[in-house]
Design a protein around this ligand. Structure first.
Ligand code: ATP
Length: 555
């Protein structure tokens, strides 16, 4: 549940994102488009760094994964085979009164944060409804904030019904809300609209894929979809990759790219968007039977043991656990603390029918602990589906085992935008500091890991009207800019310039002062001060040492 403090924290993060150019509303000058976001100059750098680190860790740092870059629009049969045409839907309800659409499975979660629902909860302390308080609210403020709630529209009969069914209302706060929102005295209880308190219709499935037409005729025959995930292209190109690269099962194919979902209720800033990016890996493994025949057994883990170095006797369970661990390690390497993450094993009734196990990596966002990535053991469902629908064999001939099979797969699937949001939430901090004149002020800092920080180093001449200082600072800019993203700033007091970089999450600042140019004697000539964002310490370092010193921190 979101508390006031976490709402405020989130508001501050959203406002910093706009103010400093991390994230803007898409098409803002036209009033924005719900569920679409743009990354500004700092956000674009941050996102690029994150994708680059993921790509590098998956492909260049390993021998067993290769990359792919496929199109967003694919043959519509892909989505028939994958099941998306028939089943990629969310339950949706419409409010009978205000006509707004809501995702039926998110209604109660939304009701946790709306003011009118707070008022009802306040009028029913410990689940015991106080009729007088409810009546007062319904004939007063309720008229404004929940105008379509049955209680507000006809308080007397609704309160009478509540009195009759008090035991049910006390037993479940959901029933209390339902009793207060349902207009008719007969029939089943409705669920309230979070926006206005009106009755919601029964849930019905709503397909999340965006439709478009390929070619000018635009008939039903030309319908195509914007991909709702990047993964399917990997399955579809599986054979081509096997035939053209020197990969052998177990191996993976990974891809970063845009995905589109017509989410019913985009919310929580960029967390649930309609256009977003994914970083997905399909890691193909041998079926357990093949491993068993080849090695004579399947490896088992001792209690508490985590799989670290891949072995030939690993079955799907160990591979799955291995990828869960790998992904946790990677998140830590980009600056998310393990204590900010949670591991959630989906329960058997939550699993997709083909999935053998799915682990969600959750991040503790200010608005709740929510999914960053899902790691699913999907058997050989996807390849088999494409084999059936395309009529092309997806079998792989395993030379070592001398058998043919359709490989099984482990799929770590992450959202770039959700990770960016998590990194911003993790990094955001405010602290009170006292300036040189003794004034207290709030210092806003983004404590990004230097590896992801959009700007790696700020470069400042102490004074902008001293040409030798400026010339030296520009020289340092030219020295460092081919190696990393730098920011030259000569305006305002040096303290202000540090603060601006703190807010941008810049881990280092270099200042060129009179010592640098030898005005205070020769011993510090050719050195600058290097200020570290987190320790707020300053040390003198030689300009010649800067490239190696900084590169060691950011790579
Ligand atoms: P959710 O249950 O939150 O809708 P999901 O389980 O449908 O997510 P997947 O289909 O497993 O998500 O997609 C993999 C990843 O893609 C998610 O973990 C998430 O990081 C990202 N993702 C999915 N939908 C969105 C979205 N609407 N906006 C931003 N990122 C998304």
């Amino acid at each position: 549940m979101s508390t006031h403090a976490s709402v405020t924290r989130m508001e501050k993060i959203v406002s910093l994102c706009k103010r400093r150019g991390f994230i803007f509303q898409s098409s803002e000058i036209y009033g924005g488009l719900n569920g679409f976001w743009d990354y500004g100059p700092l956000g674009a750098e941050l996102k690029r760094n994150v994708k680059e680190l993921w790509w590098k860790s998956m492909t260049r740092m390993r021998d067993d994964i290769v990359g792919l870059e496929a199109t967003i629009i694919m043959h519509p049969k892909v989505w028939k085979a994958s099941g998306h045409v028939d089943t990629f839907s969310d339950p949706m309800s419409t409010c009978r009164a205000c006509k707004k659409l809501v995702r039926s499975d998110q209604v109660w979660e939304m009701l946790e944060t709306v003011p009118w629902a707070d008022a009802i909860r306040a009028a029913a302390p410990e689940g015991k409804p106080d009729a007088a308080a409810l009546l007062k609210w319904a004939t007063g403020k309720g008229q404004r904030i929940a105008p379509n709630l049955a209680l507000v529209q006809q308080p007397a009969p609704i309160l009478a019904r509540l009195a009759e069914r008090a035991a049910e209302a006390e037993a479940s706060v959901h029933t209390l809300f339902q009793l207060l929102c349902t207009v008719s005295a007969e029939g089943p209880l409705a669920t309230p609209c979070p926006h206005c308190g009106g009755e919601l219709t029964e849930p019905r499935p709503f397909n999340l894929m965006f439709k478009t037409y390929v070619g000018p005729a635009a008939t039903e025959e030309d319908v195509a979809y914007l991909r709702p995930e990047t993964a399917q292209a990997i399955f579809v190109q599986f054979k081509n990759v096997v035939e053209t690269s020197r990969v052998k099962v177990p191996f993976g194919i990974c891809q970063i790219g845009k995905a589109f979902r017509n989410e019913v209720t985009p919310r929580n800033f960029t967390f649930r968007s309609r256009e977003f990016e994914q970083m997905e890996l399909e890691f193909f493994i041998k079926p357990d039977e093949v491993v068993e025949v080849q090695t004579g057994h399947l490896a088992k883990l001792a209690p508490g043991e985590v799989p670290s170095t891949p072995q030939p006797d690993w079955g799907w369970e160990l591979w799955h656990k291995y990828w869960v661990e790998e992904r946790f390690r990677w998140y830590e390497s980009v600056g998310l603390k393990r204590s900010s993450l949670e591991e959630y094993w989906q329960k058997p009734d939550e699993l997709a029918h083909y999935a053998r196990a799915t682990v969600d990596i959750l991040y503790k966002f200010p608005f709740g602990t929510q999914e960053l990535e899902g790691i699913a053991a999907r058997g050989n469902f996807d390849l088999t589906q494409h084999q059936t629908h395309s009529g092309k064999s997806m079998e792989y001939f395993d030379q070592e085992a001398a058998v043919k099979y359709v490989p099984h797969v482990i799929e770590p699937s992450a959202g770039v935008d959700r990770l960016i949001l998590a990194l911003l939430c993790e990094a955001f901090e405010e602290e009170e500091v006292t300036d040189e004149k003794g004034n207290k002020e709030v210092r806003t800092i983004l404590r990004f890991s230097p590896r992801v920080a959009p700007i790696k180093v700020g470069i400042f001449p102490l004074l902008k009207n001293k040409p030798p200082l400026v010339a030296k600072a520009l020289e340092i800019q030219n020295l460092l800019r081919p190696l990393m993203n730098v920011f030259y700033d000569d305006s305002g007091a040096i303290g202000r310039r540090y603060r601006r970089q703190d807010e941008a999450g810049t881990p280092f600042c270099v200042t060129v002062d009179f010592e640098t140019i030898g005005e205070n004697g020769p011993e510090n000539e050719g050195t600058v001060t290097l200020r570290k964002r987190d320790a707020m310490t300053q040390e003198r370092v030689r300009i010649a040492d800067l490239p190696a010193l900084l590169l060691a921190q950011i790579s």
